[in-house]
Design a protein around this ligand. Sequence first.
Ligand code: NAD
Length: 484
Amino acid sequence: MTEFNNFIDGRFVAGRGDAFANHFPTTGEVIGQIRAADRDQVDAAVGAARAALKGPWGKMSTPDRMGLLRKLADAITARFDDFLAAEIRDTGKPRSIASHIDIPRGAANFGVFADQVAVLGTECFDQPTPDGAGALNYAIRTPRGVIAVICPWNLPLLLMTWKVAPALACGNTVVVKPSEETPATATLLGEVMNDVGIPPGVYNVIHGRGPGCAGEFLTSHPDVDGITFTGETRTGEAIMRAAASGVRPVSLELGGKNPGIIFDDADFDATMEGIGRACFANTGQVCLGTERIYVQRGIFDRVAEGLAQQARGYRLGDPFDDATTMGPVISAGHREKVLSYYDKARAAGADILAGGGTPEMQGYEGGYWVQPTVWTGLAEDAAVVTDEIFGPCTHLQPFDSEDEAVALANNSPYGLATSIWTTNLARAHRVAAQVEVGISWVNCWFLRDLRTAFGGAKSSGIGREGGIHSMEFYSELRNVCVKL
Ligand code: NAD
């Protein structure tokens, strides 16, 4: 059984907070124990991060720092199989997904943001003055300081390094609080940090739950200079309240209830492939996933049946078997939540085109399984259509006009992403600009260029990360005005 310890100042230390079990979602068996950090240990982690800022890390030249981050990317790749096994055991996600997305992209984040910092400029203004001599203004980019990184469980390594990589590239130090469901890859990264020679205190990991525990101890710590968070909107509200004390900046990547919009001129096969992934990839546990789909009436039945067929075609099972295409959900608690929505859909009179319950899983009876599910026929104000479920399920609704589709898509407090399917170029641009989201995909889904702005509108977040936008959050500009 693996013991997940905290990583503070370059050393692994057993937590003095509460201890709790880590489960393998495929079978439900206990595979590890998490020893949460208590308040003093969180304080020690923040202290180590502060000291590292003043130590060799703070004094390191930018090319040397970028060199270390590139070595880090290579070192993660060199231990690919260890990271892969750790991620699969924490999440139950199939190897086919984790080996193509989670681990390679987790490693790549360090190279991408090292490249970004290498070409980063600042601004400069030549200012006239009454004496005719003028003044020169130029900006210096400085790290923010100690950054608290609070992560969810759905793409643990990928989403954690999406924040840690730009933070370190900008010269900050970090204290990471991984999800209590997925402690493994953040812990393993501590070993790799030591192996490549990242100075102690630059990267710290504290384990534990959120409210009243390690998460809250960290976000309310007065010596944290900025907080970056990915998770539920409700948690984002609590974190924003914590950040108000001391006026610390926050970057919030939150929940969604993302609409897909399919017009009757769409390329049918490409649409079905893309929208199917958007609904079911990672067992529907992707913040950008599509849980409500609006389909132009003429092709509604064909799309609904096509999606139901896809849902029925998933192979649920052992994540280490390459034939497996869908894993369980993350935990018993999350399965209960997803199934409560399956019950609500049935009670509200939904037409259940596929799934709708729990599958028979011989040999994996203790796992957290739910069936991939497709509904139609619910009102737009049904809980299943308004709430983020975060499971492998979606609801389809017909529409007649473009304006109606946009209005339906925008009828949500969330605004993370949309995917629009049409071969009409003018319509694609028109609709993409009108849906109130941070990311509009046209004829694709989850196609990510890491230089682009990533984040949510409305209740789906505050701020943007990715490319220069990450640099803006993880560094601060100091203007220097020189009278000539
Ligand atoms: P969550 O909000 O329950 O937990 C996220 C993290 O916050 C965990 O580490 C948790 O321990 C911590 N936490 C909880 N309460 C806290 C508190 N009061 N103070 C400090 N820390 C606290 O989210 P989750 O269930 O782990 O993840 C699923 C959610 O994440 C979904 O809503 C999904 O849409 C969202 N998500 C968003 C994005 C995005 O980029 N917008 C990406 C992935 C996931």
